[in-house]
Write a protein that binds this ligand. Structure first.
Ligand SMILES: Nc1nc2c(ncn2[C@@H]2O[C@H](COP(=O)(O)OP(=O)(O)OP(=O)(O)O)[C@@H](O)[C@H]2O)c(=O)[nH]1
Ligand SMILES: [Mg+2]
Length: 245
């Protein structure tokens, strides 16, 4: 029996098999009732096979398999649509597989959603900078990107490129998911921007972000180029009414 007020954590994966054992274990330690959905893009590292051997598979552990690497954005959109097709999921969390996002933060996010907030963003940069084990060049790039987004979109969020978020179901219901244009990391900004323009109540909570535990980065120059361009497009959307985003 599925509880009517369940929470789904969506984790997109591309070659994250080494991190999956720990991330799932730590999520269930933090909040035993969570359901987890992995959206895997033919990682080729045994991710689906490992998931199918787990006792929770099919009950609280779910899998969407896609047949090639199709990008973070469409993986999340698939996951959001999967959650929306199941009315018992009232809260949805999105996070990376690589343990950069601490599962212990999930209960704190859920508490904010149970309070007055519609969406919670885990922020590395609110009230100081909390990033562990990143080279200074990567940190400066991330801080510069955050400033670029804030200046162009005027969205009052300290960490607009962050990927650790929690949504009340009603937010996902209102987002025009089929119109989202970004394919890579610009997706994180685009979703928060639309939620902000739709006047949802967004709360940032401080998180400590740690560099990935294992595996390799999927960041590429084309993803970064897309982000620069897509955010410029969002800036023009400031002139559109929210109903036409
Ligand atoms: N399904 C799917 N997941 C992806 C894809 N690209 C990245 N991911 C996942 O999205 C999450 C974020 O990607 P990361 O590579 O950690 O990106 P990052 O945190 O900016 O970079 P590093 O941590 O430095 O590697 C991870 O769980 C990835 O496995 C993709 O094309 N498809
Ligand atoms: Mg990462």
């Amino acid at each position: 029996m599925v509880e009517p007020n369940s929470t789904l954590v969506i984790i997109p994966t591309y070659a994250e098999r080494e991190n999956l054992v720990e991330v799932t274990e730590r999520l269930w330690n933090a909040a035993p009732d969570l359901h987890i959905l992995i959206v895997d893009d033919a990682s080729g590292d045994g991710t689906p096979e490992w998931l199918r051997t787990q006792p929770q598979f099919g009950s609280t552990l779910h899998l969407i398999e896609r047949d090639g690497k199709q990008g973070l954005a469409t993986a999340y959109i698939k996951g959001f649509q999967w959650a929306l097709a199941r009315p018992h999921y009232q809260k949805v969390v999105q996070m990376d597989a690589d343990l950069s996002h601490d599962p212990m933060v999930v209960p704190l996010m859920l508490r904010e959603i149970d309070g007055e907030w519609d969406m919670v963003i885990g922020s590395r940069y609110i009230n100081g900078v909390r990033v562990l084990n990143w080279p200074i060049s990567r940190l400066l790039l991330s801080l510069g990107a955050a400033q670029y987004v804030r200046t162009l979109t005027r969205m009052p969020v300290t960490d607009p490129t962050g990927g650790f978020k929690c949504f009340r179901r009603s937010v996902l219901e209102k987002l025009p998911l089929s119109h989202v244009r970004s394919t890579g990391y610009a997706f994180q900004v685009e979703i928060s921007y639309i939620a902000w323009r739709l006047d949802f109540r967004i709360k940032e909570i401080p998180i400590v972000f740690e560099d990935r535990h294992a595996g390799t980065s999927k960041m590429s120059q084309s993803i970064a180029r897309e982000a620069i361009w897509r955010i410029l497009c969002l800036a023009f959307k400031n002139f559109l009414p929210a109903s036409r985003l």
